[in-house]
Design a protein around this ligand. Structure first.
Ligand code: SF4
Length: 354
């Protein structure tokens, strides 16, 4: 099969693939697939390596605390998926004898675990267990649209059965059936590197002979642009409480966001709200734009200088119910997981510089 020959010659040497060459470890496949769900490969690579160093197996991950986990996945976004990964690790470790993980036996059993859906279960099943199930992501959808010259939006739900039918037929080739994990990765990599959205490199494509779009010279029409969800504009006020600590150095107020927070539930960061009512004494240091899922946020950043620390705990203002953790200003950026908080903090540091 030409696709697999191309893949063997051209695949990227990604760390999780090198791992799989020496040992077929479902844990490593699972961690890499969860990281890749929402994040680009160059950002995932260093995060994957530090994650595996700290949590080399499912048992180590099952014992992780949130404070250990968060810094390791900093910058990847959408923390919720890692909370679910840890919960699922706990379930697997809980039913396994020491040191011998009992992995779910099939795709349906994987899907029972928190955070694992159709895509991830198929990726783990095919890559780590050699089960011939197709993996269909956005890149694969684009390749399939071009192969069949489908000139519709690729994310139309009615196209899903057609994609499944097409790729199942391709996966039925005996060479692909023998290497389903490589077949799936080859299709995804072809979409990422050769059959790109704007300028497909058809001359380098291993499946060009079967491509209807190429024949019709309609690569720019197939697929049509995606249907985008409607975005919701949100205006947030972010308030960064500052004070002098007992040692005279500057400290910053960080809050643990509760389960009812609109954004970034469970993360630690600055206070935010949709209020227009600001406490007296706040000073605006600027605004920035940020997107979280379908929300387009405009955040106004305010600093609020508080009285110097005493031994008693101190709320940053009467309108916050919770007391913050006061963190030394020099290390606060390391504590921030979300880019929403990092962007706000950068505005503050610009203002605080002499
Ligand atoms: S021939 Fe071109 S358009 Fe067709 S699948 Fe290959 S890269 Fe994509």
């Amino acid at each position: 099969m030409q696709l697999l020959a191309w893949y063997d010659q051209n695949k990227r040497p990604l760390p999780w693939r090198l791992d799989q060459a020496s040992l077929r470890d479902p844990y490593r496949t699972w961690v890499s697939e969860v990281m890749l769900q929402q994040t680009l490969i160059p950002v995932v690579i260093p995060a994957y390596q530090r994650f595996l160093k700290k949590f080399p197996d499912v048992f180590a991950l099952s014992l992780a605390t949130e404070d250990e986990l968060r810094p390791l996945v900093k910058g990847l976004g959408y923390y919720r998926r890692f909370g679910m990964l840890q919960r699922a690790a706990k379930i697997i470790a809980g039913v396994s004898p020491p040191g011998k993980p009992l992995w779910p036996e099939n795709q349906d059993a994987w899907k029972v675990l928190p955070g694992i859906g159709e895509y991830t279960s198929a990726a783990i099943g095919s890559i780590a267990f050699g089960i011939p199930v197709p993996v269909i992501d956005g890149n694969v959808e684009r390749v399939l649209c071009r192969l069949a010259d489908i000139r519709q939006a690729p994310n139309l739900p009615e196209l899903k059965p057609r994609y499944r039918q097409m790729i199942t037929k391709m996966l039925g080739n005996p060479i692909a059936t023998a290497r389903p994990g490589d077949f799936n990765q080859a299709m995804m990599e072809l979409g990422q590197r050769i059959c790109t959205p704007k300028s497909p490199d058809c001359g380098a494509c291993p499946i060009s002979a079967k491509c209807a779009s190429r024949k019709a010279k309609s690569q720019h029409l197939a697929p049509a642009p995606k249907i985008r969800p409607a975005y919701e504009e949100v205006r947030l006020q972010m308030i960064i409480g500052l004070r002098r600590g007992l040692d005279g150095k500057r400290e910053v107020a960080l809050f643990r966001r509760g389960s009812k927070s609109k954004f970034l539930k469970g993360s630690r960061g600055f206070w935010y709200g949709e209020t227009r009512d600001l406490p007296s004494g706040t000073e605006n240091v600027g605004s920035f734009r940020h997107s979280i899922t379908k929300h387009k946020i405009t955040a106004d950043v305010q600093i609020l200088e508080m009285k110097p620390a005493t031994k008693k705990s101190c709320k940053i203002s009467a309108w916050t119910k919770e007391s913050p953790d006061w963190v030394p200003a020099g290390v606060v950026e390391n504590e921030l997981i979300s880019n929403l908080d990092v962007k706000a903090w950068r505005l503050v540091t610009r203002r605080l510089q002499p």
